[in-house]
Design a protein around this ligand. Structure first.
Ligand SMILES: Nc1ncnc2c1ncn2[C@@H]1O[C@H](COP(=O)(O)OP(=O)(O)OP(=O)(O)O)[C@@H](O)[C@H]1O
Length: 558
């Protein structure tokens, strides 16, 4: 079940939507704790119910042969007890639900302190953190107090219910004993049979607390399950709604000129954006009616005021946001197998649409295999060795290792990677150790090997490397993956100008076309076109962007 849920959580970018739109709380706790409770309790309930059925069959006969009216008393008693315990415990389900949430919130608060230890220490924010954590803890504590009061009431009743049962059967059969119809031993016999059967009928009374906790777990898992299903069905929804991403496996060939030749520049179209309007998930327009073609090596710089929607444009290009309209066509795949067929001078394009590629995972399972790479401003450092950092995210097989760095032993079927979807393109071949060392040199991080002794040293890389070093490491990943197109979101913001220039030269040398977002003047030196996005004016329907060529020499002189 854990693997099943993780598969769906990591498909269709469900984890991203859940986090960015705050759809449900603590999905991690649902996967770890709720699944654990669900499977454990489901198993123990099954065994308990099975036990109860066997017990009921064995003792009903005895009780019925002693005195049939005892059965009627038993029914009335157990039904009455069940109704009262359900009434007393009616708040237990919601209180258990909230307890799980509040404890998970508290734990998450502590995890955030650990993850942001340095920033908090720089801010000297200990007192504030303590306050925030105490608020979360107090909230969990208050809910626990309500839960305890409710459980206490249920417990009082359950105890009373259990004690009364000791005298009830004896009281019912006592008149028969005194009238001499039954012997003294039969009283004991009837008490024992009565207790057994009552235990079976009173499952709800005895287990009301466990049942309410189980119901809360089912609610939380059900909510999560629905969300994951919805995320999958959204991927298969009408592709005409929202922004369409199209991955073409042929290069777009324009109409040949009168002499039959096709201009070289036009053959190298990489991205074609048609009438694109990008909106936030809440529906605010950020970029209006953008039409743009990016050819190979025609590096584009996206600039504009803070909050104008530069990163959001990249989000739309990566398929993270589909709110808005228009088309983004990528011509980044090699077209050897699918040469366009030309008939009567017309060019027929063969394209794979995003929806065709949906398969199990909706959007392409790994955009990197499609020849597109993304570098964020704050690089993500995986938990693991330096080698795993470099191989991430294109080659992830080696990531299966335990916290102490050892490989898990034994055959665990769920550790096997999922079979590759037939639509998924081939990965580039895996780099050798020499390639990894070379790429570290290329991004001027060769000193890491002497600092950390080898490529297989594990560390908390986001703490031990400076932000600039992390950004260079991210460029090393890019150079290893050799995509056709890379989207750089202020990914050199922490670097000095010399390192920034060096990295851009390396990327250009590798033949990778880049689209950068940034504010720094130095960036103009490495780009050929500038897309300027201005803040949308809600009162006007005009588009809010302009494109101009960058005169490299002029920008160098600036
Ligand atoms: N998940 C979201 N839901 C709603 N609005 C969002 C969301 N994420 C970002 N926004 C809003 O969208 C707008 C554009 O954000 P974006 O990150 O694209 O700006 P930007 O131009 O890259 O800014 P900066 O230069 O400061 O990085 C901002 O006003 C931001 O508050």
């Amino acid at each position: 079940m854990t693997k099943h849920y993780m598969d769906r959580y990591l498909s269709n970018q469900a984890f991203y939507k859940i986090q960015s739109q705050s759809m449900i709380d603590n999905p991690d706790q649902r996967i770890v704790d709720d699944l654990n409770s669900f499977t454990g309790t489901a198993l123990s309930f099954t065994v308990t119910i099975f036990d109860a059925v066997i017990d009921l069959i064995s003792f009903s006969n005895i009780l019925f042969s002693i005195y049939p009216p005892l059965f009627a008393v038993l029914f009335v008693y157990s039904i009455g007890g069940t109704v009262i315990s359900i009434y007393l415990g009616k708040n237990l389900v919601s209180l258990n639900f909230m307890q799980e949430k509040k404890e998970a919130d508290f734990r998450y608060g502590l995890v955030r302190v650990r993850e942001n230890a340095e920033s908090i220490a720089f801010y000297s924010g200990e007192a504030n953190e303590m306050q925030l954590l105490l608020q979360r803890f107090t909230s969990a504590f208050k809910n626990m107090s309500k839960l305890l009061i409710c459980s206490r009431n249920v417990d009082f009743f359950t105890s009373w219910y259990i004690y009364l049962v000791q005298i009830l059967p004896a009281a019912v059969v006592a008149p028969m004993y005194f009238s001499g119809k039954i012997g003294f031993g039969v009283i004991n016999q009837s008490t024992s049979a009565f207790n057994h059967i009552l235990d079976d009928f009173s499952l709800i009374v005895y287990e009301i607390q466990a049942i309410s906790a189980f119901a809360a777990v089912i609610n939380r898992l059900g909510e999560f399950d629905d969300l994951l299903d919805r995320s999958k069905s959204e991927c298969h929804s009408d592709p005409s709604e929202g922004i369409s991403l199209i991955y073409s496996n042929v290069k777009s060939l324009p109409e040949p000129e009168s002499n039959g030749s096709i201009p070289i520049q036009k053959q190298q179209k990489l991205v074609d954006i048609e009438h694109l309007t990008v909106e936030t998930p809440s529906g605010t327009a950020l970029v209006r009616n953008l039409s743009l073609v990016i050819n190979k090596n025609e590096h584009l710089l996206v600039t504009g005021p803070s909050g104008s929607g530069k990163t959001s444009l990249l989000r739309a290009m990566c398929g993270l946001w589909s709110t808005g309209k228009g088309k983004i066509i990528f011509y980044v795949k090699d077209g050897e197998d699918n040469q366009p067929s030309i008939s009567s001078g017309a060019v027929v394009l063969e394209v794979d649409t995003g929806s065709d590629k949906c398969g199990e995972l909706g959007r392409p399972s790994n955009r990197n295999y499609e020849g597109i790479f993304f570098l964020p401003q704050k690089p993500y450092m995986v938990l693991g060795t330096l080698r795993q950092q470099l191989l991430y995210p294109t080659w992830a097989e080696d990531a299966i290792s335990t916290a102490d760095g050892t490989k898990p032993t034994g055959s665990l079927p769920f550790l096997k990677q999922a079979p590759k979807s037939e639509h998924t393109s081939e990965k580039p071949s895996k780099p050798t150790t020499e390639d990894l060392i070379q790429v570290l040199e290329d991004v001027r991080l060769g000193n890491l090997l002497s600092r950390f002794s080898s490529l297989d040293t594990s560390n908390d890389w986001s703490s031990v490397l400076s932000l600039g070093e992390q950004q260079r490491l991210a460029f090393a990943r890019l150079l290893l993956s050799k995509p056709k197109l890379v989207l750089l979101d202020e990914s050199t913001s922490a670097l000095d100008e010399a390192n920034e220039a060096h990295l851009y030269q390396q990327v250009e040398k590798a033949g990778i076309t880049y689209i950068s977002v940034g504010h720094r003047r130095t960036l103009y030196d490495f780009h050929k076109k500038n897309l300027l996005i201005s803040t949308v004016d809600p009162s006007s329907a005009e588009h809010n962007w302009s494109i101009e060529s960058i005169d490299r020499e002029a920008s160098c002189n600036l």
